[in-house]
Design a protein around this ligand. Structure first.
Ligand code: PRP
Length: 207
């Protein structure tokens, strides 16, 4: 698995705002959007281009366009806060949705929505979820994508626990993973430590 941790001063500053327990919901959403712009920028660095010609006001020169805009797949709810950033940078992309909530006691993923095209054969995919904790939610999402024939998948996360990275490495070795930070560990409630708390609750005021 290709794992890339985005190491950039502006990303580190946004991540600190997200971690800060005193950051309110609106500021949390803004920092998540801004950090997601940076993560998606890095995650799309190797996107294939179509080459053509562009006419400037003075002359003609070589121009480029994204050859196959990836399907954006936010994982509900928390992935919604990364979606607008991806759609801004990839305006030609379509968006699919997967809803999965982690059971608070068992920590197992409980799926509740799948809205994806029937065939993803040949379609690059960009999965968005701020948190990779045990990896159960993303393994579920990656299974749905594989069932539809997806082979070119990039997962973008703000924070990961080493346990979640190891699980994806074991179960989905061919994906790319772009992360803001790999934190220390999971605690007994399967929360990432030091982490940022619950990315869904902190965006939507449901904590
Ligand atoms: C969180 C988070 C991930 C998942 C990570 O979502 O956004 O989707 O848990 O945990 P895992 O790697 O152990 O599966 P949650 O289930 O809290 O739902 P929400 O996005 O609706 O808040």
């Amino acid at each position: 698995m290709d794992v890339r941790v985005v190491d950039h001063p502006l990303a580190a500053a946004r991540l600190t705002v997200l971690r800060d327990r005193d950051t309110g919901d609106a500021a949390f959403r803004a920092a998540l959007h801004e950090l997601s712009l940076m993560l998606v920028y890095e995650a799309t660095r190797e996107l294939p281009l179509r080459t053509g010609t562009v006419r400037t006001p003075l002359t003609e020169t070589v121009g480029h366009a994204v050859a196959a805009p990836p399907l954006i797949v936010p994982v509900l709810r928390a992935g919604l806060g990364m979606t607008e950033a991806a759609r801004t940078l990839l305006p030609e992309s379509a968006t699919g949705y997967v809803g999965v909530a982690r059971d608070e006691k068992t920590h197992q993923p409980v799926p509740y929505l799948t809205s994806l095209p029937d065939s993803l054969d040949g379609t690059p995919i960009l999965v968005l979820d701020p948190m990779l904790a045990t990896g159960g939610s993303l393994v579920h999402v990656l299974g749905l994508l594989a069932l539809r024939g997806a082979t070119d998948v990039t997962v973008v996360c703000v924070l990961a626990a080493p346990e979640g990275v190891a699980r994806l490495e074991a179960e989905a070795p061919s994906i790319r993973l772009v992360i803001g930070s790999v934190d220390e560990r999971l605690n007994d409630d399967a929360f990432i430590v030091p982490g940022l708390g619950d990315a869904g609750d902190r965006q939507f005021g449901t904590g």
